[in-house]
Design a protein around this ligand. Structure first.
Ligand code: AHR
Length: 321
């Protein structure tokens, strides 16, 4: 009998502690531990790897559980992952959306279940922006503009430019192109002669650059690549075609990864516009605030800087990604 009473007490205790644990997560009163779903785009670039690492290590540092899902560049995989996170009733979701459109139904689903969605790195287009909590990202339009302005200042106002675009439909590709075109629009002799997607990867950047070099009727003076990895691929293609990258054909890209700094020190890349992927700290601040019902700014802008060969050697040691 005594054993039975003890058993009942133990059971009641277990049930209550289980409930109050759940309560803490939902009410966020006593528990600091959260379970967060992170839907990442993939691993197409060194920038992306650095971003994943930043979010993973920050989750660990803060003692949160991170459920990680790699979408392999497919929006449908991201939507599946988000729905799975929602079904598991995670405390919050971090989403790096591969493309801008098509998110409404799944975001509505998250909102219905009261799960905050923190967007990192890329933006979405939705009619109702209450469907997500915040967007933490650099300003892609500004990055494109800075790349264009660097060309105007350092190369001049007459040049044939080829453009290696990022993933079609992604805010990173759309906005960088927009900013770049805005910057060069007053100079009719600065012409984008060819433009094609290299999907943000080094291999595709090389392949597209090879095709540009073969098919171009005009001399190619400058490559504008939407990210460093594609520029690094293009450098290989340029060398294999017998030209000197950085000299015969100048290259300007975006990201500021270590490989870009090495290429600048070697004189092969001319300029990179930084796009900081180390978003973990800011993302988890936003997650914790949202979960505990505090106000979160709708847009958190991470600052960009421009680096070129004139400073690459001095700063390369201090680079963190
Ligand atoms: O969305 C950010 C972009 O995505 C980075 O510039 C690129 O390297 C990445 O893959």
């Amino acid at each position: 009998m005594n054993k039975f009473i003890l058993y009942v007490f133990a059971l009641v205790f277990l049930i209550m502690s289980g409930c109050s644990g759940e309560e803490n997560i939902k009410g966020k009163s006593n528990s600091n531990h959260l379970t967060i779903g992170f839907s990442q785009i993939g691993a197409e670039s060194s920038w992306r790897t650095a971003e994943t690492e930043s979010i993973r290590s920050e989750a660990k540092k803060r003692n949160h559980t991170l459920k990680f899902s790699d979408a392999q560049q497919k929006q449908e995989n991201q939507i599946k992952a988000l729905n799975a996170f929602i079904a598991q009733n995670v405390d919050a979701i971090i989403l790096a959306p591969v493309v801008e459109t098509g998110w409404e139904p799944v975001l509505r689903n998250a909102k219905k279940r009261n799960i905050p969605v923190i967007l990192v790195d890329r933006g979405v287009i939705v009619a109702d922006d209450s469907l997500y909590t915040t967007l933490i990202a650099t300003d892609f339009v500004n990055e494109g503009r800075l790349a264009g302005e660097w060309i105007i200042k350092n190369i001049g106002t007459q040049a044939n430019i080829v453009e290696l675009e990022g993933t079609p439909g992604s805010s990173a590709a759309i906005d960088r192109q927009k900013g770049f075109m805005q910057a060069i629009s007053s100079y009719p002799k600065l012409k984008v002669t060819q433009s094609q997607t290299g999907e943000f990867t080094r291999a595709k950047g090389k392949e597209v650059m090879e095709a540009f070099l073969k098919s171009s009727k005009d001399k190619i003076d400058v490559v504008f690549a939407h990210n460093d990895d594609m520029a690094l691929g293009a450098i290989q293609a340029i060398e294999e075609a017998g030209y000197k990258p950085g000299v015969d054909i100048k290259l300007v890209s975006v990201d500021g990864v270590l490989g870009a700094f090495q290429a600048m020190v070697a004189g092969k890349l001319n300029c990179t516009v930084e796009c900081n992927p180390l978003l973990g700290d800011v993302a988890f601040d936003a997650v914790e605030r949202a979960v505990s019902g505090k106000k979160v700014e709708k847009r958190i802008v991470i600052e960009d800087r421009v680096f070129d060969q004139s400073v690459a050697k001095d700063v390369i040691e201090s680079r963190k990604y």
